[in-house]
Design a protein around this ligand. Sequence first.
Ligand SMILES: [Mn+2]
Length: 313
Amino acid sequence: MLSQVLSQIEQRDRFVLTSHARPDGDAVGSSLGFSQILRSMGKQAEVVLRDGVPRIYHSLPYADKVVKAERVNGNYQAAIILECDSIQRTRLQGLEDRFLINIDHHASARPFAHVNWIDPKAVATAEMIYRLAREAGVQISAEIATCLYTAVLTDTGSFMFAGTNEHTFELARELVLAGADPARCARNIYFGHSTAKMRLLGAALSKLQREGPLGWISVSQEQMERCQAREEDCEGLVNYALSIHDVEVAAFFRELPDGRFRVSLRSKGGYDVAAIAQRFGGGGHRCASGCSLDGPLSAAAAAIRTELGIENC
Ligand SMILES: [Mn+2]
């Protein structure tokens, strides 16, 4: 819980912060915000991310200081892991023998660390980081506010997902008062895509599949190469399938170099996609989750359909 996290932080000086591979806005924003909060507390803090910072988050304060690495080296007294249900989710080596602090808001969160603060009611890990900063008496700078606001904005689907409530807007209000600029944050995220991503989206949507309440799209290795797309260009494509009026649950299948498929699942609330992802070793939230499945695509899609209880139409 929060008080334990704070007391462990107070006893130490040097921290490494990390989050999951292929980081989203909450992973990046919370890591960057928390690192600045720790520095305000007189600590040393470094952010290490396996895949670095995706392009749409490059303009966040201190994004250029993030270390992209496969291994955590260095004489840190604790590793703070955000948004992960295990060390493995970071895809980083060198965390195993360290003192670990786990902060997560996912329904699938697990207490794998020495200190665990899990709050599934928080709309984003950034909400928890904000609470921690307030509790620690840290002044929220405009730079911290910008990172945390971006995390909240993206993790709530621009304040559209279930779970967004009056407290979310209260949090957003406080972050804006502290100096976050909503228009600038939104511009970088929603008008900051690469041309390759838009071409990839076109290729994926041209093969949109519909089966009852399910809408699904896929991207092959060959399409990735043809569009010159990067891994991060796949982020959010699933939402276009979910945006159809009678789609209740959407899936995005990304073919991996080894022939397996990474699956992103989204729901409008009627289906619990966290439960489905967990059946296949993945995790997430009721309305947004992910997992990996064996190919071919037809088999992966059939596995998801079966779990959803949707017959092949
Ligand atoms: Mn999150």
